[in-house]
Design a protein. Sequence first.
Lengths: 263, 459
Amino acid sequence: MIGPALHPADPGDQTHLEFLGWTVQIEDREMLRWVDLEVPRGRIVALVGPTGSGKSILLSSVNRLLADLPGARWEGAVKLGGTPLWGRGVDDLALKRRTSSLFRHGAVLPGTVFHNIAFPLKLDGIKDPRILAEAVERALRAASGWEALRKQLEREAGPLPIGLRQIVNLARALVGSPEILLLDEPCGDLDPRETEMFERAILEIPGRTTVLLATHNLAQASRLPHRVAFFMDGQLVEYGPTDRVFQRPLRTRTEDYLSGRFG
Amino acid sequence: MIDPRFPLGRILAFVLPLPALLLAVFTLRANHVASPAIFVDPAGDSILALPLAPAPGDTGGIGRFLDADGLPVRIAQRAVAVPAPSTWILWRDDAPLSMGRLSGVLVDAGDTLRGERAREALRRMPAPLSRDEHRLVERLRTARDRRDSALALDALERFLSRQRTVVALLQAPGRAIHEVPLVRIRHVEVFEGGWADGVMASARRLWFRMVSTADAGSGGGLWGALVATALVVLLAGAMGGVPSLFLAVHLADQIDPGPAVRWLRWASEGISGVPGVVWGCVGAAGLAYFGDSSWGHEAMGMVPGKGILWAGLALGVLSAPITFTRAMDAIDRVPRSSREIARSCGATRHQVLLWVVIPACRRGLVGAWFAGLARAAGETAPLLLVGAVGSIEIGWHQAGSMPSLSGEFLHLGAMAYEQPWPSVQAHLGHPLAYLALALVAAGCLALEWAALRLGEVRE
């Protein structure tokens, strides 16, 4: 069964990721304004909103790719398990190890499927082929792609169909057992069958992993997550449990967006 | 430009040089028929090429030929007639090989007799043969029957060792008789004559001419040009192509492709349109300035004058923008998201570059390098200005030796026309020129093809 039932909402949620007055500017354009958001540990939280509403910037504030954007400035704080992500002198590498990201277009790294999945471990200097093989298998099983890809580990990842490429990417994201998984419209280019396969894989991710899912697909946003955050023009408009947001939105803008009146 | 995915393009790439090659072979054959004059070999010994018509019914034998006026000609006082007909090739150290029917071996070469005097002398032919001469004829006959080149050479050498002046007379497939001083014969080949053999012989002859640069100052031939071209192109690839590859990769490393990158791209696209002759002038100017200055001589090890190093530098500058532009294009085709993935995994910029960007566009980078080579190989103007005269000590004998970088080298015109022949016979250089054309066309097309193949985007 697909739905939030696998990750039942729990009143005793711990805060895992926290945005405090988070404001981001890129070359004088305000991308996020004063975002206050708490993400509970082990839950799936969907970020919805029209294009340019700041969802991707929010994700890149967590995986620290924001630092690679030319002309980016920020204010406020993002805390991961209480540790500030953007303080002075933070350990970029250590923080990146705690998060994993998956992007929209199904791009993969050059090289084989195996190389793609083992890439983070190879970056860490792990060379023992047995350890790598074990980790790759574990990650592929966690991403529900072992059956489909076990025979193609030594093939180039580039020519695979996009659905399988995203599974490969998911396995790579999971290989380092991250605390937080950041999904930036992972099903944006997938057809419904592939989307269903991918959603199944996400729901089977071990429960301790927190998932932030940016999506345009409102049906997906109503199926998968425990909580939904609605963004518009860089501002957090509404945040709450999925059922409540979809059935009884507090703000008219949320209602208009969710009912398809714009966006 | 030929699209490599289009099969016709591949075919053309190999077919286009063929006409020039065929032209080379057949012009060479035509030369035998048409070569009308006396020419002098580099050592100063005479090689006669008289336009003679065989008298009807006669096969071989000295003196049984008529000159252009229809009068018999004798070119020696005593001669040994050798078995005929068969085709002989005499490989010589110093000049293009001689090929034809060996019609006689001349002993004690004397005056050339013409007209009535020749007719009178012919009545006394054949003169009685000495024992040595008998033995030579016998052994040459055996050599012909067995097609044994070694035996023939041995016979000639033994004979030679007992005589003072010996000249071999060769009747070419046309009507010319070559008089080849036997001291210079290095190798003899014997085979039955025929059309295909003639073409084969022409091809061999062409090859021999191509490589016969015993002393590039006098021998001519294309071998030196080939080696020098390869060297200059590689130098250009090293001095222009490699730095531009590094520059392109380095710029790919930057977070923000700022105005510097935009300016560089704009500039390199502009520079790649500059005609080669301008770079030739730049190279020549640099050579005049640095090459002649003691600083350039001492600090750079550059010998004053025109040299292969300067030619390589000029071609390198010329081909660098092409390599740079294509390398940047190849790097740009690496999806941004691949880099994002690696960055999000915690890869440093260098790791992203070495593990993701370069592996993804490796073929494109090599293709860019080849594109630069192709441009450098196809560009002649800088070479005419920078590397026009001089010599490279490369030849048949010194095949293992390498030319020095500051050594000068010959341009094609000198290789094909000036060096092997005196000026009156410049037309004999046509086959070499055609051959060079074929080689240059084939080389450039092959390089360009490689560049395109490697530069293809794989999806």
